[in-house]
Design a protein around this ligand. Structure first.
Ligand code: SAM
Length: 287
């Protein structure tokens, strides 16, 4: 069986033309055309013996084939039905790769993992469609099914995921990701590596999932505080929390902040995860 080079533009264009395929902007279709990119992403993902990899949006399969060479099993979820006949052709040499037609946001991921990855360590690796980056990452982290999530996304979002307290990129999404995972910004991927070219630079991040931080005792209150702090990030933390109705009594809020060792005029964007956790504890403590 002939294996196509799925990143060679001279092979991709006739393949797509033969199947009458047209790119869909709304599905975030930017296909890789530089073979070092899927190779390095697959390598960074930790896919190997004993692993089962969920890929979201295989396109014509350049990353899928790299993953199938490394992992025991690959399950690739693709929403665009027009890509299914192409994938049937390009993945034919890889019997350990299964294509699952559908929308990743609507799938029963637990059922998928038990059906496809029994006895294996489940992980995620993908060149994500840009339009669903934040909701799909939230879903993948909150479901608690995967040991790691390695994805290519817009560089701007990658920087937010890995940001440090006090930086302009630090926000509620940073804290959500860092609550569930150790985050690493691995490498940039220039626009020229895609067909068609996106408007922005991309980057690869690895989120290695972890036990929830021991310092967070009330997860719901912790995330309420975080959301309130960043909803009004230009205001002081005290005003932002008060506006969000976190306590009917602003003085009680101020006292809780003081007990947590926070200056009265601090902004939420300066607080580490541990400081948000401590403040949640102080807000709950009997006054
Ligand atoms: N993996 C391929 C590559 O690197 O060349 C294609 C990546 S392209 C950025 C994103 C892919 O995700 C497309 O194939 C698109 O059809 C698919 N897609 C978009 N929304 C999806 C969804 N909700 N669920 C599953 N796949 C989706």
């Amino acid at each position: 069986m002939v294996t196509l080079n799925l990143c060679d533009i001279n092979e991709i264009k006739p393949l797509l033309a033969r199947h009458g395929f047209h790119f869909s902007k709304s599905l975030g279709q930017n296909f890789l055309i530089e073979s070092w990119v899927p190779r390095d992403i697959a390598e960074a993902s930790g896919a190997g013996a004993g692993t089962g990899v969920l890929e979201i949006g295989p396109g014509i399969g350049p990353l899928t084939t790299e993953l199938a060479r490394r992992a025991d099993r690959v399950a690739a979820v693709e929403l665009d039905r027009d890509l299914l006949p192409i994938l049937a052709e390009t993945l034919a040499p890889f019997p350990n790769a299964a294509v699952i037609p559908g929308d990743v946001m609507k799938l029963d991921l637990a059922a998928l993992v038990s059906e496809h990855f029994g006895g294996l360590t489940p992980m995620v690796c993908a060149n994500l469609p840009y339009n669903i980056t934040t909701p799909v990452l939230t879903l993948l982290l909150e479901c608690g099914l995967f040991s790691a999530v390695t994805v290519m996304i817009q560089k701007e979002v990658a920087q937010r995921i890995c940001a440090a307290p006090g930086s302009k990129d630090y926000g509620a999404f940073t804290l959500l990701c860092q609550y569930y995972a150790k985050t690493e910004l691995l490498f940039d991927v220039p626009r020229e590596c895609f067909l068609p070219q996106p408007k922005v630079t991309s980057a690869v991040v690895r989120l290695t999932c972890q036990e929830p931080p021991a310092c967070v005792h009330d997860r719901a209150l912790f995330f309420r505080l975080v959301r309130a702090a960043f909803n009004l990030r230009r205001k002081t933390l005290l005003n932002a929390l008060s506006a969000a109705g976190l306590s009917p009594d602003k003085d009680a809020l101020a006292r809780a902040m003081a007990r947590a060792g926070l200056p009265a005029d601090v902004r939420g964007e300066r607080l580490s995860l541990e400081q948000f956790a401590r403040l949640a504890d102080e807000l709950k403590a009997p006054l």
